[in-house]
Every structure is written in C-alpha cells, then in structure tokens.
Design a protein around this ligand. Structure first.
Ligand SMILES: [Zn+2]
Length: 675
C-alpha cells in the first residue's frame, strides 16, 4: 500500500507530507481510515471486561487517530487550496464521514458501556478532566439520539446526511459566485481614489488574463479598497451590489432553497431530540445556556448601543450630505466612514500601511508571545508545504522544549476561501506519558506584495493577524490529556476570548513600538498616530456594534423558532433586521444566502458569541491594563487558567480563576465609547 496518508508520517515533526499526497490518495485513504476507526470502536464494544473509564472512554479518545489526521489535511486544503477535483471528493466523502460518525453515535452497545461508566462516575476517583471528558461523551450520545428508538434513529441519520450535503453545497455556491465575478475597468479616470497598490494588483490581474485595463474581484483585498476609496459612486455601487448578490441570483448557485432546507432540517433534528428549537439544542452546551439568555444579552447591548449608533449614522449622513449625497446608502458607508475618519484623524489606511509591513508585524506578534508566554519562533524550511506562500515555524519554550509546529498562509488566491482562520493539522494530547505537540496553522487573505512594495497591512489586517494568532496561541499552548478537550476545543462562546483579547495589544504604544516601523527607513510609527489609533478603536463603534448585533439577531431568528412557515428568505431577513437596520434595503441583495458562518460553518445560534467574547476580552484586558500589558504574573494566570486548559473546566470557572471575579460589560461599554 503506497498511500502516504495511510503510512506513518516520516516527515520532520511528523508533519503532513503534502508533497507526497495527490488527490487520488484521499478517497481510498478515507475509506481505509474509516474502516480502521470502525474496528477500533468494535474492539471497545466487544471487550468482555466490564466497562471502565480506561477501556471505554479513554479508548474512544485515542481511537480514529488516522482518520482525524486525514480529515484535517483534506478539509484544510478544501478551505485553503481547493479545486474542482477536491470539491468533488468532498462531496463524495462527506456522506461517508457523517455515516461513520452516526454509526458511532447511534451505537447502542457502545452507549450502554458509556452510560454504565457515567452512572458510576461519583465512585471512580476521576480527575476533573476525566470527569469532563466522560460527561461530554455521554451528553454527546444523548444529543445524538442515543435515547431514540430505531425508527427515529433512522430519521436522524437521514437528516444528518442531507444537512451535511446542503451545507457543503451552500459554501460551494458562495465560492463559485465569488470566483465568477470580475469587474473590468478600461477607463483610468474611474479608478480615482483607489490606492495605488490596489490599482497595481488589478492591473497585474488583468495582465494575467490578457485583458487590457484593470480587473477587480470580490476577493477582499480587491473589493475592500474599491468600496472604501473609489470616488466614483457608481463603481462602488456596482461592486457592492455584486458582492451582496452571492447566492441570491437566478442561477445554478442560488442558495435560497438551501437556506430554507437547512433551517428546517435543523429544526426537525432538534425536535426529534426533544428540544424546542435548534437554538435550544445548540445553547445547551454553551456558556450562555439558553436562547432567552442570548436574546436578553443582545437586546441589552442593542438598547445601550442604539442611541450612539443613531447619532453616528446621522453624523455620517450629514457628512456625506456636504458631498451632495441625498441618501446615505450601503455602498457609501465604508467610503464616508473612511473620509470622516480622515477628516477627524487624518489617518487613513494608506498612511498607516507603510508602518505595517507584514514581516515586521509577524515578528512583532512573535515577540509579544515571547514576552507574555516565553515562546520562541524559528522559521524552518524542512517541513512540507502545500503552496509556496506557506511558511513554517518551530515553536519552543525558553528551555528549547518543542511547543508546536506553526504554519502561516497569508495571501489570497483562487481556491482559497475568503476571510481569515486558524486551524490545525494535529491536536495536542498526552498519551502513554508522551505529550504530543500540536501543528497549528493560520490562513488569511492579506494584500499581496507587488513588484514595487513588500506586503503592507491595513490596520484592520494587523488586528486580524493578532486575532488569528490569539487562536493559534490557544492551540499551541494546549496542555491537556485528552484530544477532545485540547486547545480551542472549548465552548463556542468562550473560543473567541484568546483571539479577541490579543487584538488589544495592537492599540498599545508599548506593543506597537515593537513592530510598527516604516518599511523604507525603519522610522517608528509617529506618536500622534499611536494616540489616534487608540481613539480610532472606538470610531463609529456604535454602528459596528449594531451591525454585529444585527447578524446575531438574524442568526437567532433563523434558529430560535419553528421555520416551517417561512416561505421567503428575503422578507424573513428584512423582518429580522427591523430593529437594527440603518441603511435602506437593496432588493437584489441578501445576507442570508451568503451567511457562511451560520449555514456553512459552525456558528448557527452562535453568532452572538463574538459580542459575548468581547465582553470577556474587554474585561480580561482591563486586568492586563491594571497590572501592565506585559505583566508576567497576569500573563501566567491567563496561560495557566485559559490558554493551556482547553475545555477541561467550565469556561466561567476558568475565567474566574484567571480574573479573580466574574466578567462585567463595563469595560466593553467604556472601550467602545457607548456609555
Ligand atoms: Zn476568531
């Protein structure tokens, strides 16, 4: 058998052997690995000894390792470097995988064993972590139908297979629409206002396509400069409306029916399992616990933020009015925000960008990780990569102990999905006394270097990098026994704390001086910019807050009630937005049909968690500010109680152990200037 995915990885660090893998390896590897994982489960089930924590729960934790490995490689590639062939394989293997996991989850004999252990849990002398993994496994089974009769189980399996196909299709449609769009400009004067780097990139793209002129796309580094800077209002309108049409056009990539299919399947599934709604089902395992708690959390913030948001909207409208704009539209929002920002602060992205050369920012975030958590990053060149843009680092502590393998993949390309994310190729866990270290990756879509300039980041891209790096720290510093509780495997409304808290360092002089220097002459970012950056942190934050709340509320609307009577995606969405909508509606646009977070990714009934985590991150950072942003003691408390603990302890307990008290939203309201 010559399939590199099925052999033990003899590469350095046991890293994924990308150069040996080709697409034909995936399907047979999945089939074999699934069979192997099945037989490991069969061994647990057929073990004649009476069930114990070790022979059941622990054995399950360490089963299916090869399948995990193959899945992470394959699905990471499907996000970062996909093509038609990989997407086709994904369509084929996804049903196999959900069938397999359902086979386990609905395995009655296995459940009986787990239940036996679960019922004895008080008498087993378990550690806190063991108890957590046991409870999580048990609930995992009951939430997946362990208490259903055979007919109901059959129904559940059918729903899950359909759901997995529908979500995959949803994402493919969004990607197809993104890739299909090109805005070709032939008149140079239309480009007025757009930054030179974006124009240059558009020119390069046109050249590569043998087209005279400039090509802009819906990839963020191409799209964002147009809507933010193009003086030509029609141009902004054209590209903004095109971006808002994803999945909402009368073509083969329309997602309306898929949205309705997904929410109805989710509701049916929740009801089958005895929950009132999909949101009730989801939130049972969250820090927030119930839809009612989430709604009151969102409504409370809406109430506090709305007066400021309305005031800021009015200010922006008046500002645009001076430019002859009668009604401020969506495609004016970024443009006039940027313009107002420039007038108030005289500090636009293009002024700051030269101070944020990608390489410097990366070195800066590494040095912050060194100061806070004693981590060292050394770039290495002997690890396999899947694309030439990928860089790899060996991460060690101050005693040269291996902490992690770290990948970065920063630039957009066809086949990489939008946005930025952290992922891993391998979990951390401790097995047979060996602490097996994780392989962590961050993937972004930052502005590429051009022929004349190195990669320079907007300030927003800087905070994005810090955000993803915060997730990466959570993964890299993981120190738990069981893989299912390791690193970022925490309750969802807690997972954004490590990422969002790190963004705060981007606004601090003490941190910025480490890396913000002009790429041409190393001159430091001028002090006045640093003060302005801080002030800028709360600029139009009322509008931003309202936007985030609108997404959170839309998500809860889709998932908190019986969707059976929803006939029209667009009008349902409009209704969900009625308390948060500031701009007039664009009839040919729809948010839901491209809302990948909740219909492709795992954020359904969970979008609120961004704001939830903001409350946590503001409160946590207030603690750092009180004690010093590089205070080792505070950092160590955060590392020991949050970053290294994964999901081994309930989030509120972890947080309280770090902070010495429960979080309040005072710090967030103050930071965002919403008081
Ligand atoms: Zn995040």
């Amino acid at each position: 058998m010559n399939n590199p995915l099925l052999q033990s990885f003899d590469t350095n660090y046991g890293a994924a052997p990308f150069s040996k893998i080709n697409n034909t390896h995936f399907k047979p590897a999945f089939e074999k690995a699934i069979a192997l994982a099945k037989s490991e489960i069969d061994d647990i089930v057929s073990n004649p000894a009476s069930p114990t924590f070790e022979n059941t729960i622990e054995a399950m934790e360490f089963s299916g390792k090869i399948l995990d490995r193959i899945s992470s490689i394959f699905f990471n590639l499907n996000s970062a470097e996909t093509n038609d062939e990989i997407q086709k394989i994904a369509q084929e293997v996804s049903p196999l995988l959900s069938e397999f996991s359902n086979d386990i989850r609905l395995n009655l004999e296995l459940f009986k064993k787990i239940k036996t252990v679960y019922l004895q849990r008080e008498h087993l002398n378990l550690t806190d972590e063991q108890r957590m993994v046991l409870e999580k496994k048990y609930i995992g089974f009951t939430r997946n139908g362990a208490n259903l009769n055979n007919k109901e189980k059959e129904t559940l399996r059918k729903i899950d297979t359909e759901l997995s196909k529908a979500s995959l299709k949803f994402g493919e449609n969004v990607l197809a629409e993104t890739n299909a769009y090109q805005l070709i400009i032939t008149e140079e004067k239309k480009l007025e206002g757009i930054p030179a780097t974006a124009i240059e990139a558009a020119k390069d793209l046109a050249k590569n396509n043998n087209i005279e002129g400039w090509i802009f796309t819906l990839d963020y580094p191409s799209y964002i400069p147009v809507v933010t800077y193009a003086t030509d209002r029609e141009l902004r309108k054209e590209i903004a409306i095109s971006a808002g049409k994803k999945g909402f056009q009368k073509n083969e990539f329309n997602n309306e029916a898929i949205v309705l299919q997904i929410v109805n399947l989710r509701h049916k599934r929740a009801q089958l399992l005895g929950y009132k709604s999909h949101a009730n089902f989801v939130l049972e395992e969250r820090m927030s616990e119930t839809p009612e708690n989430v709604l009151s959390f969102l409504n409370d913030l809406l109430e506090k933020a709305k007066p400021t948001a309305l005031k800021q909207f009015k200010e922006l409208q008046e500002f645009a009015h001076k430019d002859g704009i009668e009604t401020l539209e969506k495609w004016d929002s970024a443009y006039y925000s940027e313009k107002l920002k420039k007038e108030l602060f005289n500090l636009d992205d293009e002024v700051l960008k030269p101070y944020f050369q990608l390489d410097n920012v990366v070195a800066g975030v590494f040095s912050i990780a060194q100061k806070l958590y004693d981590l060292n990053f050394e770039e290495i060149f002997d690890v396999d990569i899947y694309h030439k843009d990928v860089k790899t680092y060996r991460v060690t502590d101050n005693n040269n102990n291996e902490i992690a393998l770290f990948y970065t993949d920063f630039f957009p390309r066809k086949g990489k999905r939008n946005g930025a994310w952290m992922t891993s190729y391998k979990n951390q866990y401790i097995n047979n006394g060996v602490n097996s270290r994780p392989h962590v990756s961050i993937v972004c879509n930052f502005s590429k270097p051009t022929e004349s300039t190195p990669a320079l980041l907007t300030f927003n891209e800087v905070t994005t990098l810090f955000h993803e790096f915060g997730h990466a720290l959570h993964g890299m510093l993981a120190n738990t026994t069981y893989p299912s509780l390791s690193g970022t495997s925490v309750q969802w409304d807690f997972v954004e704390l490590p990422s969002q808290v790190l963004e705060n360092w981007c606004f601090e002089k003490e941190a910025l001086t480490l890396f913000a220097k002009h790429y041409k002459d190393d001159s430091p970012l001028p002090m006045e910019y640093i003060d302005k950056i801080k002030e800028l942190g709360s600029f139009l934050e009322g509008l931003q807050t309202l936007r985030q709340l609108s997404f959170g509320m839309l998500d809860m609307e889709w998932h908190g009630k019986d969707p059976a009577n929803i006939k029209d995606v667009k009008s349902f969405e409009l209704n969900a937005f009625k308390n948060t909508q500031l701009f007039s509606d664009t009839p040919e646009n729809c948010m839901s049909t491209a809302f990948s977070h909740i219909f492709q990714g795992g954020y359904s009934a969970g979008y609120y968690s961004y704001k939830w985590a903001e409350v946590l991150d503001a409160d946590a950072f207030a603690f750092f500010k009180e004690t010093g942003i590089f205070n080792k003691e505070t950092a160590t408390l955060f590392k020991n109680n949050v970053l290294s603990k994964g999901g081994t302890v309930k989030p509120m307990d972890l947080y309280t152990a770090f902070r010495g008290q429960k979080p309040t939203n005072d710090a967030l309201l103050k930071r965002a200037n919403l008081t």
